[in-house]
Design a protein around this ligand. Sequence first.
Ligand code: CA
Length: 421
Amino acid sequence: MINANDPSLNSWIEVPAGSDFPIQNLPFGIFRTESNPAPRVCTAIGDYVVDLAVMNYLTLFDELDISNEVFNNRYLNDLMALGKAKTKALRNRIADLLREGNEEAKDLSWHFLHPADKVELLMPVKVGDYTDFYSSMEHATNVGTMFRDPDNALLPNWKHLPVGYHGRASSIVVSGTPVRRPKGQQMPDGADKPVFGPCRLLDFELEMAFVVGRSTELGQSVSTAEAEDYIFGLMLFNDWSARDIQKWEYVPLGPFLAKSFASTVSPWVVTLDALEPFRVGGPKQEPAVLPYLQYDGHKSYDIRLEVAIQPEGGQAQTVCRSNFKYLYWNMSQQLAHHTSNGCNINVGDLCASGTISGPTPDSYGSMLELSWRGTRPIAMADGTERKFLLDGDTVVMRGYCERDGLRIGFGKASGRVLPAE
Ligand code: CA
């Protein structure tokens, strides 16, 4: 059996240098074409999208015994629910079909290969529940410094549990979907009564989200040792935020309408299997965490992250470079904590990391931090400056792992800001 992670594998499909999608990646997504508008499961390689529904129809996955309905599907949920043993075998089989030397598959390629710029990528997961964590110590420290006490920036619970809240699943959209500037209630500085109107302090939050691929029963808890069996893969995640609405509404129960108007995900779910070569240790946790949050081995991943802002009609400009590995709390701890009270999780649930800020000012994962509450505007190439996002700005998040010539990427999570209605 071919192992898709084998670094020596090459494909009969040309993969340009710097591509996010070598044969060692093989993420999963949902696409459709103009000539066949039925949504179906696909993977990416180089500048191509591979129709897995057609591959299955051609009996190329025959020994895996997966029904056509799993692939002729609006979402990946049914595929993920097959379980990791099967989805791992599927990914390895796809690598076998696309590897250099597989002339049989190459001869059939006109059936299943589409140029990526000729397809539409759809929201890949039917998200049941969405949870947002707050797991970057640098981010929590920056926010605590700005809004509370620089000497006690972290609240007393922060190093003892991965703080999170339940978000809104209905407004999660796929990359490319425009985002309307929200309206809401705000208390302007110096005012004595609140106003209602368009958000003036619109922000992005650089995050990643993991997709749950295995359900639990109500009452069941998942340990840190088991957690990765329940995580199918990762996506880029922009948790758009309305800072002025947030500041007025969040006490005492946390963010509500300041976050629920939209979140943007990348269209590809990159599997934990593909990320395996990029495992790293996380930051040292001091003080020691409670036993149910302790873990063995390396549970974090070295994923480079970037955010660019492209003004209307202008050039994209990178404003942030960060890394997933900076997160204080890892995904296994997040999931162990999430289920520690017996709360059940379902296939398709999404857990976002929280804003991923790094140690240096150019690695801060939000405009709130990059412009330090608007006091340090960012100069743009077109001569304008940004404290927060303007109408017409497109925010583009990218992420990739790279080591020893192997690059595993996530594509992009992009969204343009439309004016308030
Ligand atoms: Ca967030």
